[in-house]
Design a protein around this ligand. Structure first.
Ligand SMILES: Nc1nc2c(ncn2[C@@H]2O[C@H](COP(=O)(O)OP(=O)(O)O)[C@@H](O)[C@H]2O)c(=O)[nH]1
Ligand SMILES: [Mg+2]
Length: 478
């Protein structure tokens, strides 16, 4: 009967049971490999009360199944029972099976039964230990029980704390497990996760093909995620650079009304960013993430506004190197946006009365125009933003966020902290020629023109380069 169950599991997709002591990072490893943030992880032991299956899924197809189990609770007592029942090594697996049958409803051994059932049903065993604490003989009973099941097994050395006791673990682990690997639940990069997954094929030959396919699907999906996130950033740039707000004024020189327009544009830009952030997080299975991100600098005529935009944007040298492309656009109004304006004219509403630029002073960051309406009254068009730093700030912020999200492990439960404006910006990595090329595109977009296919391709390529850069560094340091 046991044979039949095993065969069934073999013919199906690979199943792995993650077992070990409580609080050693079992659930964290499941969460990482399944890219599932819903796995319950906590510093309190007993958080995983019952076994639960988490599939590794790509495009709805289940590629592999991970069983998150509670940790052993009474391995010594369980082993004692089994040793009393067993006559020889020939009956070890049957003895484990009898142990489970006998104690299924015994609350003392609930955890043991829960984790042994999937293994007896044919799941491979991933035994997780914490290499930051030393080996001790109290682990022997659980390793012995696992050996008695006769299941194919691999030991994973996780390291929760700073200390390194990995070497003390190797001799005992290699007695019980043919394969011993190090895998750090919270900070293995994607490439190492895929490596581990394909490594499971060493447990069972028939898993080689499905796990190879699983790895290919994961790699293909990751590429797709990066591509989609990259075009989402291009979309963000186009919408933010072209954004303007039009609202009625009480009078031609209604300053409160104009200030309200600036505030409204700021709010709109903030929303556009938020939407992009959420879309990118959703793309990488981080939909429920909580994020702390420094906001965009203020847009109004605060004397410090220009300085703070400079801080977030290009350096002085970078601006100067922009030459003719950037023109004299070093902070002052360069080119009054026509996006919102032409929209107004297009609807036949009125004519331009005059620029309200002077009101915002020479340091202004955003183009504003006041118009007279045909039936009387005035309106102000605020935007698009013409400051030379603006597109670079948006791009740098979005790339910083995408880098963090795309490399974030799904077992991490802390808030995502996205910090900008301090130190190096990702756009510093662009070559000068590329920066000028992008500036040309940004100039078009902030004049309210829609993006061409060729421009889109240039931007996507540049962004993809910026996003992949730190991933390469990270895998080199492994
Ligand atoms: N720093 C660090 N903490 C970890 C690591 N793996 C697990 N933890 C933490 O250890 C605690 C227990 O993890 P969990 O996955 O719930 O362990 P389980 O009881 O074996 O399932 C949680 O607070 C985790 O955040 C790791 O590799 N590094
Ligand atoms: Mg757990």
């Amino acid at each position: 009967m046991s044979g039949a169950l095993n065969e069934q599991a073999h013919a199906d997709i690979p199943v792995l049971a993650i077992v070990g002591h409580p609080n050693k990072g079992k659930s964290s490893i499941v969460s990482t490999l399944a890219q599932d943030t819903s796995v319950r992880i906590s510093p309190l032991s007993g958080t995983t009360a019952h076994s639960r299956v988490f599939p590794i899924r790509v495009d709805g197809e289940e590629l592999c199944r991970l069983v998150d189990t509670p940790g052993f609770q009474r391995p010594r007592a369980a082993m004692d029972w089994m040793q009393r029942q067993s006559r020889s090594a020939a009956d070890h697996q049957d003895t484990v099976r009898r142990f489970v049958d006998k104690h299924r409803d015994d609350p003392r051994f609930a955890a043991e039964c829960d984790l042994l059932v999937p293994i007896l049903d044919g799941a491979g065993i991933l035994y997780v230990i914490d290499g930051s604490v030393p080996y001790g003989p109290d682990y022997d009973a659980e390793m012995e029980i696992l050996r008695w099941t006769g299941g194919p097994s691999m030991a994973l050395i996780n390291r929760i704390g700073e200390d390194d006791h990995v070497e003390s673990w190797r001799p005992p682990l290699s007695q019980y497990f043919r394969i011993v690997r190090e895998f750090h639940a919270l900070n293995e990069p994607f490439e190492r996760q895929v490596q581990l997954l394909t490594g499971f094929a060493e447990l069972r030959e028939s898993w080689r093909e499905p796990l190879g396919r699983a790895a290919d699907s994961l790699v293909a999906r990751r590429k797709q995620q990066i591509d989609q996130a990259t075009s989402r950033i291009v979309e963000l740039l186009a919408s933010m650079l072209g954004a303007s707000e039009t609202l009625p004024l009480a009078a031609r020189d209604d300053r409160a009304g104009m200030a309200k327009g600036v505030k409204r544009l700021e709010a709109r830009l903030g929303e556009l960013e938020q939407d992009e952030r959420r879309d990118v997080e959703r793309l990488f299975n981080h939909a429920a993430i909580e994020r702390d991100e420094t906001g965009l600098p203020a847009m109004d005529d605060d004397l410090f506004a220009e300085e703070s935009w400079q801080l977030f944007g290009l350096s002085r040298d970078q601006v100067l190197a922009m030459g003719a492309v950037g023109g004299a656009a070093t902070g002052a109004l360069v080119d009054v946006g026509t996006g919102g304006l032409s929209m107004f004219l297009g609807s036949g509403l009125g004519a331009v009365l005059g620029a309200a630029g002077a009101w915002f002073g020479s340091r202004q960051l955003v183009g504003t125009r006041v118009m007279g309406l045909p039936l009387g009254g005035h309106a102000v068009v605020v935007g698009p933003v013409t400051n030379i730093h603006f597109p670079w700030v948006i791009l740098g912020r979005a790339v910083t966020h995408l880098r963090l999200v795309s490399h974030r492990n799904h077992a991490i439960r802390d808030r995502l902290r996205v910090e900008h404006g301090a130190g190096k910006s990702p756009v510093d990595d662009l070559e000068q020629g590329k920066r000028r090329e992008l500036q040309g595109i940004f100039n078009h977009l902030s004049r309210g023109r829609s993006i061409t296919t060729a421009e889109r391709r240039v931007l996507e390529e540049a962004i993809a380069g910026l996003v992949e850069a730190p991933a390469a560094e990270a895998s080199e340091s492994q």
